[in-house]
Design a protein around this ligand. Structure first.
Ligand code: FES
Length: 195
């Protein structure tokens, strides 16, 4: 699909138009719900001097667990958005502790990448419960720890970027991964295309 956005229309040459465009793309990425990857190319003319081609890749919608089968504070491992390196992730129901982006009746079910954003240290097996705190870490390489109740922000250590959060949707009892907030470590784009 090609969608041309003209340079001289009122919508895209001003800042408001830019913001609307970026919001549209963001919403597109966050709400995409297709079974297979598809790619669209759009032409953007947001600034003087010509157009740029931007590739918009939809995230796959992947069922990863059933809500009724989750046990409090017991992570479930999965891969997303593909099975290529860097896709390892964890889903966890945090015992009734409400979280940013959390789903379920208690908004306590979240999912995050297992790769530290600093230099890719493996965070597998490092989910911790400390009172009402729910964290992933410390990273074995340089001790970074991430707060899973607050979109994976760094709470200590060498990392300076939040842990990528897997966006979730609940459909009946089924939990689906539908997108990622943040860039997976080691990639220049989250969605790898085959072929
Ligand atoms: S790789 Fe995790 S803190 Fe450096």
């Amino acid at each position: 699909m090609k969608m041309a956005v003209g340079r001289n229309g009122a919508e895209k040459d001003d800042a408001a138009g830019h913001i609307r465009c970026m919001m549209s793309r963001r919403m597109f990425l966050m709400t995409s719900g297709v079974a297979a990857l598809s790619v669209s190319t759009i032409s953007l003319s947001l600034f003087p001097g010509g157009t740029v081609q931007a590739e918009v890749v939809e995230y796959p919608r992947k069922r990863i667990a059933r809500l009724s089968q989750l046990k409090n504070d017991v992570p479930v491992d999965f891969n997303y958005p593909d099975d290529a390196p860097g896709s390892s992730a964890m889903l966890v129901k945090m015992g009734g502790i409400r979280a940013g982006g959390g789903i379920g009746p208690q908004e306590d079910v979240v999912a995050f990448s297992y790769l530290c954003t600093h230099q890719g240290g493996a965070l597998d097996g490092l989910y911790k419960v400390v009172g009402d705190h729910r964290v992933l870490g410390q990273c074995p390489m340089h001790l970074s720890t991430f707060d899973l109740t607050r979109h994976g922000i760094v709470v200590s250590g060498q990392a300076y970027e939040s842990l990528p959060q897997i966006l979730l949707e609940l459909d009946g009892d089924d939990i689906h991964a539908v997108g990622i907030m943040g860039l997976l470590y080691g990639r220049n784009r989250n969605v790898m295309q085959s072929g």
